[in-house]
Design a protein around this ligand. Structure first.
Ligand code: C2E
Ligand code: CA
Ligand code: CA
Ligand code: CA
Length: 287
């Protein structure tokens, strides 16, 4: 090891406690702070953009919906991946403002596609744990829907297992109030967390999303059995199944065999800008 620990660590004695720092920890902290500042600036300057990835019905090959995915486009550092900035935004709480920007833009774009007669399904928007625990979440969503003249029927929210399992009793209340408005609810990255089946049954859900990790694993029998099990759970709970991260035709064939109805992934399309997605919708219309 070149950067041997002993050379890197500066220990500061403070009473009986030793605090350890090293340069890589320091570097990380600086990078986080940089991204935090970039996000604050980006929120003011409108640097958050929404891309859309089609959700396709396997049997018909037709578009049934789309997922809104945020992109952070900075003038100086280029595009910063959600994998990098979302966890930081979660920690700083900036995810609340970013999430509202995404919801607002998604509602605006979908309203336009509906008015242009290009689409009449639902747009799925990711909802972070911080957003989900806001006491006035439903009011905030109502305001954004009203502002964009979009009926709640057109909205689906993707929530991870961790978010709803943190406080399942409270989650049921929040989900009920969203569901009562006609908003659809999906459990995102299903199987990667720790859902209790007992609770899953009580949640007013519409969809389970199979995480890409499971789709990637379908080349072996155990992996296929996992997806099979998830689809069976969904069927028993009368939920819709969407598999994400589908890249290859053989994955599509296995998923169809396993009775998964809907897929999302590079096989059909990468996430597209609103402009590109408009073209995608027009192509769909003409087939
Ligand atoms: P996710 O919700 O599981 O979204 C699916 C991710 O898989 C997206 O990555 C998408 O671009 C990627 N993907 C889809 N199909 C394929 C494929 O065939 N191959 C590969 N390699 N990747 C595929 P993305 O856009 O980078 O987003 C990463 C994560 O960041 C999302 O995972 C989600 O957890 C979070 N995220 C993205 N947008 C938002 C948002 O607006 N709000 C919140 N709270 N989180 C968001
Ligand atoms: Ca998602
Ligand atoms: Ca997902
Ligand atoms: Ca995922």
């Amino acid at each position: 090891l070149k950067n041997a620990d002993t050379a890197m660590y500066h220990a500061k004695q403070k009473g009986n406690h030793y605090l350890f720092f090293n340069d890589s920890m320091n570097e990380q902290a600086v990078k986080r702070l940089q991204i935090e500042n970039l996000m604050r600036f980006g929120l003011k300057e409108d640097h958050f953009v929404v891309y859309y990835q089609p959700k396709m019905d396997i049997k018909s090959g037709l578009l049934v919906g789309m997922e809104a995915l945020v992109r952070f486009i900075t003038p100086k550092k280029g595009i910063i991946s959600p994998g990098v900035f979302i966890p930081i935004a979660e920690e700083t709480g900036q995810i609340i403002d970013i999430g509202e920007v995404v919801l607002d833009k998604a509602c605006k774009d979908v309203k336009r596609w509906i008015d242009q007669d290009l689409f009449d399904g639902r747009v799925a928007v990711n909802l972070s744990a911080k957003q989900f625990s806001l006491p006035d979440l439903t009011t905030r969503i109502d305001i954004i829907l009203q502002k964009n003249h979009l009926p709640s029927y057109f909205l689906e929210l993707e929530i991870t297992e961790g978010t709803v399992m943190d406080d399942p009793q409270e989650a049921i209340n929040v989900m009920r109030s969203l569901s009562a408005r006609g908003i659809h609810l999906a459990i995102d990255d299903f199987g990667t967390g720790y859902s209790s089946l007992a609770y899953l049954k009580q949640f007013p859900l519409n969809t389970l999303k199979v995480d890409k990790a499971f789709v990637d694993d379908m080349h072996n029998e155990r992996g296929r059995n996992m997806v099979d099990s998830i689809v069976t759970i969904a069927q028993n709970l009368e939920l819709h199944v969407v598999a994400e991260g589908v890249e290859k035709a053989d994955q599509l064939a296995i998923l169809e065999e396993l009775n998964c109805q809907t897929v999302q992934g590079y096989y059909y399309s990468k996430p597209l800008s609103a402009e590109e997605f408009t073209e995608f919708l027009k192509q769909q219309k003409s087939v």
